[in-house]
Design a protein. Structure first.
Length: 86
């Protein structure tokens, strides 16, 4: 039985995809490390680092990250993970 607040496997998998995408966007936008991006985006550095490793994040935080990349939620979720792995 799952503990309260523990993520299910499918949730962990989706968060890993989100993490890969936000890391890709950071690197694509010439940020060599997550700390510089977090600082510019006004997100706690340690917390942002966790997001790139698949930590759970609020949708408003994702919106803040995407705003810094001039990207909509729709465009973000339409990004194909296969395209960014090449």
């Amino acid at each position: 039985m799952r503990k309260k607040g523990e993520l299910e496997d499918f949730q962990k998998e989706e968060l890993e995809i989100i993490a890969e995408k936000i890391k890709y966007l950071r690197i694509k936008n010439c940020y060599s490390n997550y700390e510089d991006f977090a600082y510019d985006a006004d997100i706690a550095r340690a917390q942002y680092g966790k997001y790139e490793k698949g930590a759970n994040l609020m949708i408003t935080t994702l919106m803040k990250i995407l705003k810094h990349h001039n990207m909509s939620l729709a465009d973000f979720f339409n990004m194909k993970i296969e395209d960014i792995k090449d």
